[in-house]
Design a protein around this ligand. Structure first.
Ligand code: FAD
Ligand code: NAP
Length: 531
C-alpha cells in the first residue's frame, strides 16, 4: 500500500534527536515527517521507565541548548533528573514547538530503498505504507534496540518477567515480592538501588561488576539559578570539551604526580560526584598504570561502602580498565548490599543453568522468585539501523556493508547510501559524550548541509569512499591509543553474539570532532560528493 505521500525529509525516531531535527527543518520550511515506533515522543525516556531511571549527566547540561527561552523557562527539580521528569521535558518540548502534528506514532520503519533516478528514498513501514522523501535522517538512537539474551527456560517461569528497556507504562508493584535482577550495568544498578528498600528479598545475578561514581543527587537548588545566569557560556564551553559537558579535564599525568596529590584529586572528584572522575588525569584512558591506580581508588571506595569484605571483593571490577565502559553514576548502590534482604550470585562461580517455573537455578542451587527483571543492555550503535532493511540503488544493503563493523564518514553518512544521514551514528563521539551536546551538533550540521544543497541547487550528497576509509582508519587508530578496546563492552559490540568486535565511537573527543566537522562544512563539504 502506498499513501503517495512525498516529503522533503523523513526523520526516523522522535527521541531528543528526532524532535530537535524536526524543529530545525520546520523552521526552514522543509516538508518533514517523523516516523516513531512508540506512541509518544521521548525515545530513551519513553521506553526506559524502570524504577530509579535517571540521567548520568547533570540536567543543566543534559538538556537542549537551542532556545535560550526554553532554558530559562524549564525548571529541573534535581541535579540528575529522573525518567518521569525527562519524559515530561520531552513532552513539553513537543507541545511548545507544536511537533506532534508532524509525527506519525506507533509506526516502525522496516525497509528503505534508494532510487538514483528519482533521487528519492522509498520508506516502508510496518503498516504496509510507503512514503518517499528526498532525504532520510535516522534519529533511531544508539541505545534503542534491547538485547535479549536467551535464558533457557525463561518462557517456563510462572512469575512476572520485566525488561528494564521495555518497562510497563502502568508501573509494577514490587512491594513484598521476591525478586531476581540479571545485569549490573547502569540500568541494573539504578533498578537494584531503587527497588531494594521495597521488596521482600532481592537476589542480584552479576556477571561483571561495574565501576560506579556517586551522583550526590539531590534538589537542584542554587545550581539551576546560577546556570540560568550564564547558560550561554556553559554551553559554548561544553561544546569544546572532550565529553560534551563541563568537566575540568586534568592536564597532568597521573604517573608523574605524587601519590598524595593523586589521592587529593580523586577525593575532590569523588566528593563532587559524577562522570568527571575519569577526567582527573590525562593518562587514565591511555596508560594502564594510570588506569590501574584510578581503578584501585574506586575499588577502595567499594571496600569502604560494603561491610562484608568478601562481598566487596565480588562487587569490585578487576577484569577490564576503568572507563573502558561508560561508568555508572550511583545513588547508594553498593550500600544496598549491607541490607539483610539483598544477596549477590556471582554467575562466574555459579552459572545460570536454567530458568524454571519457580525461579533460577544457578550452579546447583535453585532460587525461588516472584519476579525476574532483566537489565541486559542493548544492541548498541548499529542495532537500530541494522534492524531496517536499508538498500542502495544497486540493491546493496547497509547491513551487508557493515557486517564487519560500521563504515561511515564522520558518523554522519555511509558511502553508497546517498541522502541518508545519521544522528550520533557510529564513528562519532555520541555515546562517549553528553549525548545532548552530540545530538545538537549533528542536527545543526545536517541542517546546514541541507541548506547548502538547497542554496546551490544540488540534490544528492554522499561520502567519497576514500574519505570514508580514512575516517574509519582514523577512528580505529584513535581508539587504539586508548585502553578502551581492551574491554568486552557494548562499545565493541561484544555483548551481542556474532557481532563484529570493533570499537564503534569516535574517541577523539567532542571538541576535536566539532573542529573537524566544522572544517569539512566550511571547505564545501570536503570528502563528500555533491551533485
Ligand atoms: P532515542 O532516545 O533512543 O530515540 C530513538 C527513537 O527512534 C526511539 O523512540 C525509537 O522508538 C525510534 N526508532 C528506532 N528505530 C525505529 C524505526 N525503525 N522506526 C520507527 N522508530 C524507530 N545519554 C546521556 O548523555 N546521558 C544520560 O544520562 C543517558 N542516560 C541514558 C539512560 C538510559 C536508560 C539509556 C538507555 C540511555 C541513556 N543515554 C544517556 C543515552 C540516550 O539514549 C541519549 O542520551 C538520548 O536520549 C538519545 O536520543 P535519540 O533521540 O538519539 O535516541
Ligand atoms: P549494559 O551496560 O550493557 O549492562 C548489561 C548488563 O547485563 C551487564 O552487567 C551484562 O554483563 C549483563 N548481561 C548481559 N547479558 C547477560 C547474560 N546473558 N547473562 C548474564 N548477564 C548478562 O546495559 P545497560 O545497563 O542498559 O546500560 C547501557 C548503556 O545505557 C549505559 O552504558 C549508558 O550509556 C546508558 N544508560 C545510562 C543510564 C544512566 O545512568 N543515565 C542508565 C541506564 C543506561 P556483562 O557486563 O558481563 O556483559
Amino acid at each position: 500500500m502506498s499513501d503517495h505521500s512525498d516529503h522533503d525529509v523523513i526523520i526516523i525516531g522522535a527521541g531528543f534527536a528526532g524532535m530537535y531535527q524536526l524543529h530545525r527543518l520546520r523552521q526552514l520550511g522543509y516538508d518533514t515527517r517523523v516516523i516513531e515506533a512508540g506512541e509518544d515522543v521521548g525515545g530513551t525516556w519513553y521506553w526506559n521507565r524502570y524504577p530509579g531511571a535517571r540521567c548520568d549527566i547533570e540536567s543543566i547540561e543534559y538538556s537542549y541548548s537551542f532556545d535560550p527561552e526554553l532554558e530559562q523557562d524549564w525548571n529541573w527539580s534535581e541535579r540528575y533528573a529522573a525518567q518521569p521528569e525527562l519524559l515530561s521535558y520531552a513532552q513539553h518540548v513537543a507541545h511548545r514547538y507544536d511537533l506532534r502534528k508532524h509525527i506519525t506514532f506507533n509506526c516502525r520503519v522496516e525497509e528503505m530503498t534508494w532510487s538514483d533516478d528519482a533521487r528519492r528514498w522509498t520508506v516502508t513501514t510496518d503498516d504496509g505504507t510507503s512514503r518517499t522523501a528526498q532525504y532520510v535522517i535516522a534519529a533511531t538512537g544508539c541505545l534503542s534496540v534491547p538485547s535479549r539474551p536467551q535464558f533457557e527456560g525463561l518462557a517456563d517461569f510462572k512469575g512476572e518477567v520485566y525488561w528494564t528497556s521495555r518497562w510497563p507504562h502502568e508501573g509494577v508493584d514490587l512491594s513484598g515480592k521476591r525478586l531476581a535482577v540479571i545485569g549490573t550495568g547502569s540500568s541494573g544498578l539504578q533498578t537494584i538501588t531503587a527497588i531494594a528498600p521495597v521488596v521482600d528479598a532481592l537476589t542480584v545475578f552479576q556477571r561483571t561488576p561495574s565501576y560506579a561514581v556517586p551522583a550526590h543527587n539531590g534538589p537542584i537548588g542554587e545550581r539551576l539559578a546560577d546556570a540560568k545566569t550564564r547558560y550561554h557560556e556553559i554551553r559554548e564551553a561544553s561544546r569544546m570539551t572532550r565529553t560534551g559537558f563541563q568537566c575540568n579535564s586534568g592536564m597532568r599525568s597521573l604517573t608523574e604526580t605524587e601519590a598524595e596529590e593523586v589521592r587529593r584529586e580523586f577525593d575532590a572528584r569523588w566528593a563532587d560526584g559524577g562522570l568527571c572522575f575519569p577526567s582527573a588525569f590525562k593518562d587514565i584512558l591511555r596508560d594502564m598504570k594510570a588506569n590501574d591506580a584510578a581503578a584501585e581508588y574506586v575499588r577502595g571506595r567499594i571496600r569502604e561502602r560494603v561491610k562484608d569484605p568478601e562481598l566487596a571483593e565480588k562487587l569490585s571490577p578487576r577484569t577490564y580498565p576503568i572507563a573502558s565502559k561508560r561508568m555508572c553514576v550511583d545513588t547508594g548502590y553498593f550500600e544496598v548490599y549491607n541490607q539483610d534482604n539483598v544477596s549477590l550470585v556471582d554467575i562466574n562461580e555459579q552459572p545460570i543453568r536454567r530458568i524454571t517455573e519457580r525461579g533460577i537455578t544457578a550452579g546447583d542451587t535453585p532460587h525461588e522468585f516472584d519476579v525476574i527483571i532483566l537489565a541486559t543492555g542493548f544492541d548498541a550503535m548499529t542495532g537500530a539501523l541494522n534492524a531496517i532493511d536499508i538498500r542502495s540503488g544497486d540493491d546493496r544493503s547497509l547491513r551487508e556493508k557493515w557486517a564487519h563493523g560500521p563504515r561511515t564518514y564522520l558518523g554522519l553518512m555511509s558511502a553508497g547510501f546517498p541522502n541518508l544521514f545519521m544522528v550520533t551514528g557510529p564513528q562519532s563521539p555520541s555515546v562517549l559524550s553528553n549525548m545532548m551536546t552530540s545530538i545538537e551538533y549533528h542536527v545543526d550540521w545536517i541542517t546546514r548541509a541541507l541548506e547548502y544543497l538547497r542554496e546551490h541547487g544540488l540534490s544528492r550528497m554522499e561520502p567519497a569512499l576514500d574519505a570514508e576509509d580514512n575516517w574509519v582508519n582514523t577512528t580505529n587508530d584513535l581508539a587504539a591509543l586508548t585502553v578502551m578496546p581492551q574491554a568486552a563492552s557494548w562499545y565493541m559490540g561484544a555483548n551481542i553474539p556474532g557481532k563484529q568486535r570493533v570499537f564503534m565511537p569516535f574517541a577523539g573527543g567532542v571538541g576535536t570532532y566539532k573542529l573537524i566537522g566544522d572544517g569539512v562544512a566550511v571547505a564545501h563539504y570536503h570528502g563528500f560528493e555533491l551533485s
